[in-house]
Write a protein that binds this ligand. Structure first.
Ligand SMILES: Cc1cc2nc3c(=O)[nH]c(=O)nc-3n(C[C@H](O)[C@H](O)[C@H](O)COP(=O)(O)OP(=O)(O)OC[C@H]3O[C@@H](n4cnc5c(N)ncnc54)[C@H](O)[C@@H]3O)c2cc1C
Length: 453
């Protein structure tokens, strides 16, 4: 086989495909990346003061041995291992994650409403019949837990009315538990924090999450061309054009660019496909960081916020992930918090205002003291476009039109926003989507992750 394979995007998916092609010894391929660096959303940045920031808190969860092995090869011993410790802040209360498993940390009246709602939900058992995400939350957890945590938290993250979201994506992304255990945890005053695939996680010692992808790309430097932004695609002639006026041809294209933008680049335009992209909804992200000249000793990793006066849905003790996330690895004197704020397409939050609100929120939650305002030595922010691919009710119908049509044109649209499926939108899924797309092109092997339901 000598088909020319062109990969668009040097994020985890594009690099997964590239690594697999390189590994098999196949040589007729090239990767084009629009920015100057690799890693995509999983890249990292260093600010002028020497603090490292990710594009939102990235924790390695893995469902795949191939991905684990790749991480080990990329990082070797240059890793820091952490035990997940996450909490939810609600008003004055701190509740270990997952919320519903640790109701005993709440005031008694809230415990009662959560338990009564959960008992009713358990006896009805209607989760399966729910028509949308909102109804699924109510049917699964009941009104108390929905009002106390599930509704406010999810509304913050998704910035979308929950009744406009489907429930098909949930699988292992939302912790579900049985009522008996929930009740026992309250009565026996038992902590229950073991849920989820990411109890222990590795983090790159140097350079943030992005270091993983920089190391992977080092295997094939001549094949990765940066500052190449795809702007036009002729699927009939199989020609691509870049913003710098250059172009290339392909036999097979693996695109990891957002699917709606890719379809918008097609010339001649395909009206049916364009119309289908109207069913794809996403939101954007503002990452803000506070670098402090202050030692913070903690076992905490990240904190979820439900209250309206705190704009972020999550704050990460980022200096806890690796000492080298602060200048010179000096955690005796420095620490950092990284906070994520979702916003809707078309909104443009003011970073200075948000930074002030976030600082006030961290003080209110007692994660910082009032006097720490004077210890802030770095105020960081970054807008990140295309943050969450939202599993709306119309998403699957849109994908059912788009993906088969693109594949018919020899275009594999894969990755977090290429596939547009949040449920397979983490780094491990993304890398594997790239690996499996390459395998499929070379040998016809089934793409398990992309086709998983
Ligand atoms: C806030 C947030 C938190 C996250 N937390 C975690 C986590 O804890 N754990 C986890 O496993 N995953 C996490 N993720 C998901 C992770 O970031 C993604 O799985 C991963 O980055 C997706 O890889 P990708 O290659 O599909 O897409 P991207 O990372 O988006 O990469 C796409 C690449 O394509 C390039 N590109 C786009 N358009 C063009 C164009 N026209 N021409 C050329 N190049 C182009 C982009 O510049 C980018 O480099 C998180 C994501 C976000 C947003």
């Amino acid at each position: 086989m000598s088909k020319k394979i062109v990969i668009i995007g040097g994020g985890p998916t594009g690099l997964g495909a590239a690594y697999r092609l390189h590994e098999t010894g196949y040589d007729n391929w090239v990767l084009y990346e629009k920015t100057g660096d690799v890693g995509g959303h999983a890249t990292s940045h260093v600010d002028a003061q020497g603090f490292v920031w990710d594009e939102g808190g990235h924790v390695i969860f893995s469902h795949y041995k191939y991905f684990d092995d790749l991480i080990d090869k990329a990082l070797g011993k240059e890793v820091h291992e952490r035990i997940r410790e996450s909490w939810i802040v609600k008003g004055e209360d701190w509740v270990p994650y997952p919320f519903q498993s640790n109701l005993r940390y709440l005031p008694k009246d809230v415990q009662v409403s959560c338990l009564v709602g959960a008992a009713k939900a358990a006896s009805n058992g209607r989760g399966r019949e729910a028509a949308n995400f909102r109804d699924w939350i109510l049917a699964t957890f009941g009104e108390g837990i929905a009002d106390a945590f599930m509704f406010p938290y999810n509304s913050k993250v998704w910035t979308t009315p929950l009744e406009e979201m489907s429930k098909g994506w949930i699988a292992d992304r939302v912790a579900v538990m049985d009522f008996k255990r929930l009740l026992e945890n309250v009565l026996y005053e038992r902590d229950d924090v073991s849920w989820g695939p990411n109890n222990k996680f590795k983090f790159p010692l140097h350079g943030g999450t992005g270091e993983i992808y920089r190391q992977i790309a080092r295997h094939f430097p001549a094949k990765v061309q940066t500052h190449k932004e795809l702007v036009e695609l002729d699927p009939v002639r199989r020609r691509i054009s870049f913003a710098d006026g250059t172009g290339d041809t392909y036999d097979v294209l693996i695109s990891t660019a957002p699917l709606d933008l890719l379809v918008g680049m097609m010339k001649p335009a395909d009206a049916k496909l364009r119309e289908a992209t109207a069913g794809l909804v996403h939101n954007n992200l503002l990452v803000v960081g506070l670098g402090l000249k202050k030692k913070i000793e903690t076992g905490r990793c990240w904190i979820y916020f439900t209250d309206d006066d705190m704009p972020c849905y999550r704050a990460t003790y980022f200096s806890h992930y690796s000492p080298f996330n602060v200048p010179n690895g000096d955690i005796e004197h420095y620490s950092s918090f990284m906070c994520e704020i979702s916003f809707r397409v078309g909104e443009k939050p003011d970073p200075a205002k948000i930074l002030e609100q976030v600082t006030a929120g961290l003080i209110k939650a007692k994660m910082l003291d009032e006097e720490d305002r004077g210890k802030v030595v770095s105020r960081y922010h970054r807008f990140v476009g295309y943050s969450y691919p939202i599993p709306t009710l119309g998403r699957d119908a849109a994908l059912a039109v788009l993906q088969p049509a693109l594949l018919g044109l020899n275009i594999y649209s894969r990755g977090r926003f290429g596939a547009w499926r949040y449920e397979i939108g983490n780094m491990d899924h993304s890398v594997m989507m790239g690996v499996e797309a390459a395998n499929n092109i070379l040998t016809g092997a089934k793409e398990e992750v992309f086709h998983s339901t």
